[in-house]
Design a protein around this ligand. Structure first.
Ligand code: SF4
Length: 414
């Protein structure tokens, strides 16, 4: 269930139906101002809406003052164990403070921070990770770790409500993907506050991205989650932002820049797809339009599978085809395929029009038809998938027919 309430983090709305907000965390020592600001600018360029910085020492609070002033995106101060630092971070202008009410030194200290935040109009993120549950929930954790996590989250929410502070979002995170999914599903039914989603210590760029895509993607597809952070073991925080965007783009929750689709390749591949796809992906990073670009490893199937793409390429031995929205644009020598593709994308970026030269289109269509005819008998992965889909449809129709009323008798599917 989507959150009913929202918070405003330095002008960015989180929750209440706002687009899912992308955030990340710097990996630099916060007090190292030059390195931290450099990383913040890079994550902002990559599309982060919010950035969080660790504030474990007084010198980090000092740096925070400047960071807040110079950052192109709102800054969240990440505080653990020390409520004085939370108070100082609010005074330094942090746009939001993240803390775990269970490790800040007791309810009185949480109250002090809540009062200061309220006076300053600064929202908080409160939350707990599976590794830092309060002691009284350890027995429940052994029995039912999901329920323990949700109970901790709800207890913190009730504490903040008793303190008359409701300007917060909530996170309950676990290293376990199934537990994260189950816990957030439950929590979203029990509280109306915005949810921050993440998988704790997800892992390397490869495994962490996959775990996050499965865990966060499942929740987001259910409409659960208002802001996400992908935690990856990399010093390049912008990588986390790129993964977050790919998840949101895949679910069509937000648009940012081009979408690249590519066939999985098979033995019919006609060019060095690995290099070409990587090259296209890298070059597309410079574009802002949400164009969809397709790369097909051969023209055996025509361009049917990628006919929705704004632009695409497909190749044969010496020649290739640039196509657009299901129609050929032009045939070009194989080695010019990528450059010619980008000429078309550039033209579109400037004019927002796709110009078609009728003669070039006709030559492309003829080339494509010849390739398709020459390979009409090939059982490609796409044709196999189509055959399987047709068979499944035929089977379903046959079952429906068998279950339809005959002589007044009605059968129903089990
Ligand atoms: S048959 Fe399909 S999967 Fe194989 S190279 Fe051609 S487009 Fe790619």
């Amino acid at each position: 269930m989507a959150s009913q309430r929202h918070v405003n983090v330095g002008g960015v709305q989180v929750g209440g139906g706002a687009p899912v907000v992308v955030q990340t965390m710097t990996k630099t020592e916060t007090a190292n101002l030059a390195a931290t600001m450099d990383q913040i600018r890079r994550v902002a360029d990559a599309g982060a809406d919010l950035v969080r910085v660790a504030v474990p020492r007084d010198k980090d609070v000092e740096a925070l003052r400047t960071i807040v002033r110079e950052s192109p995106i709102p800054v969240i101060a990440d505080i653990h164990f020390n409520h004085t630092l939370a108070l100082k971070a609010i005074d330094a202008g942090a746009h939001c403070v993240r803390l775990n009410p269970g490790n800040i030194g007791g309810p009185e200290k949480v109250a002090e921070v809540a009062d200061r935040a309220k006076a300053a109009g600064v929202p908080m993120r409160i939350g707990v990770n599976s590794g830092s549950l309060p002691k009284h929930l350890h027995a429940l954790e052994r029995e039912n770790s999901v329920e323990a996590l949700v109970t901790a989250g709800v207890e913190f929410v009730r504490l903040m409500e008793r303190l008359d502070f409701t300007d917060f979002k909530v996170s309950i995170k676990s290293t376990s993907v199934p537990n994260t999914i189950a816990a957030n599903r439950l929590l979203s039914e029990r509280i109306p506050y915005p949810l921050h989603l993440g998988i704790t210590e997800a892992g390397t760029k490869w495994s962490g991205s996959l775990k996050s895509a499965v865990g966060l993607g499942t929740l987001l597809a259910d409409g659960i989650g208002d802001t996400i952070r992908i935690s990856l073991s990399t010093f390049h925080a912008e990588e986390e932002v790129k993964v977050a965007w790919e998840i949101l783009k895949a679910l069509k929750l937000r648009e940012r820049g081009p979408v690249l689709i590519a066939c999985p390749t098979c033995g019919r591949l006609q060019f060095d797809m690995d290099t070409v796809v990587a090259d296209i992906e890298r070059r597309l990073e410079a574009y802002e339009d949400p164009v969809e670009v397709a790369v097909l490893g051969c023209a055996v199937n025509g361009i049917g599978e990628a006919s929705h793409a704004d632009f695409g390429i497909t190749g044969a031995k010496n020649e290739g085809l640039i196509f657009s929205r299901g129609k050929p644009l032009k045939k070009v020598p194989q080695e010019q395929l990528v450059d010619e593709l980008f000429k078309e994308i550039d033209k579109y970026a400037q004019t927002k029009r796709i110009d078609v030269d009728a003669a070039e289109q006709a030559a492309g269509a003829e080339w494509l038809q010849r390739i398709e005819e020459e390979n009409a008998g090939e059982l490609t992965p796409e044709r196999l998938a189509k055959l399987e889909a047709e068979k499944a449809r035929a089977d379903a129709d046959a079952i429906d027919e068998a279950l339809s009323p005959v002589d007044g008798r009605r059968f129903t599917r089990a």
